[in-house]
Design a protein around this ligand. Structure first.
Ligand SMILES: Cc1cc2nc3c(=O)[nH]c(=O)nc-3n(C[C@H](O)[C@H](O)[C@H](O)COP(=O)(O)OP(=O)(O)OC[C@H]3O[C@@H](n4cnc5c(N)ncnc54)[C@H](O)[C@@H]3O)c2cc1C
Length: 212
């Protein structure tokens, strides 16, 4: 069997490429080293719950054409990603916004929040950060760093923030509005029934390869 394209990986990129090439009359072979399709967006139905095996995935775009394109493959739910971070038994909205600052310090207005951050930055007096900890404190002050940056960063890197170089964090986005929406994009959602509901009408799939 001869193919026009050999596509390595059945993630979003490989799948879409294979789908479009096939539509254009090309023969494609997709090979995949995992035991399933979909790459990182793979979802598994476990007792009626769509489990995102490689971490939660929310499809988001501001491009109407992209949104309309992707909707041909699945119906998306109405979802706004508004994560909550837990520090000990305190819950905070992410990314940092006025709801977060209100809970941290009881401030109400953006100028009060800005003043509080500036006060903490000044107190720390860091002009040349020597490591990630100092860099973060110089950007957002001690309270936000200790409650919302330190634990997450150290877990992610498996190292103390004082042992990590400062260049890892260039900026920490802070929003002075009451909006918990994580994404700025116009469209966002998760496919009802998951990203990888069986839908292989024209494909032959034998665990490691798909022929289109
Ligand atoms: C925890 C997490 C959360 C995320 N959340 C979001 C989100 O909410 N929204 C968003 O837009 N993006 C999110 N992303 C990013 C998103 O996962 C990627 O942008 C997207 O999945 C990339 O698709 P891809 O096809 O390029 O790669 P992948 O999904 O990585 O697919 C690549 C595939 O190729 C296979 N492969 C690689 N090498 C070989 C080989 N040599 N032989 C055979 N097969 C091979 C792999 O097994 C894999 O299945 C997140 C990523 C992570 C890790």
């Amino acid at each position: 069997m001869k193919y026009d394209y050999l596509i390595v990986g059945s993630g979003l990129f490989g799948s879409i490429f294979a789908y479009e090439a096939n539509k254009a009359g090309k023969k494609c072979l997709v090979i995949e080293k995992r035991s399933h399709i979909g790459g990182n967006i793979y979802t598994e139905n476990i007792e009626g719950i769509q489990v995102h095996k490689y971490g939660a995935h929310i499809f988001h775009t501001s491009n109407k054409e992209v949104w309309q394109y992707i909707n041909q493959f699945a119906e998306f739910n109405r979802y706004t990603n508004s994560p909550v971070a837990r520090y000990k038994d305190e819950l905070y909205n992410m990314p940092f916004n006025m709801n977060t600052f209100n809970k941290l310090w009881g401030v109400i207005t953006p100028s009060e929040a800005k003043a509080k951050i500036e006060e903490e930055k000044k107190e720390a007096g860091i002009t040349e950060p020597k490591n990630l900890e100092e860099q973060a404190i110089s950007l957002v002050g001690k309270t936000i760093y200790e409650k919302l940056v330190k634990g997450y960063t150290e877990k992610q890197w498996g190292k103390r923030a004082t042992e990590l170089p400062s260049f890892i964090i260039k900026r920490l986005p802070v929003r002075f509005i009451y909006d918990n929406n994580y994404f700025n994009d116009k469209y966002q959602g998760i496919p009802i029934g998951g990203y990888t509901r069986n839908n292989r009408k024209n494909a032959r799939w034998n665990r490691s390869e798909i022929r289109l």
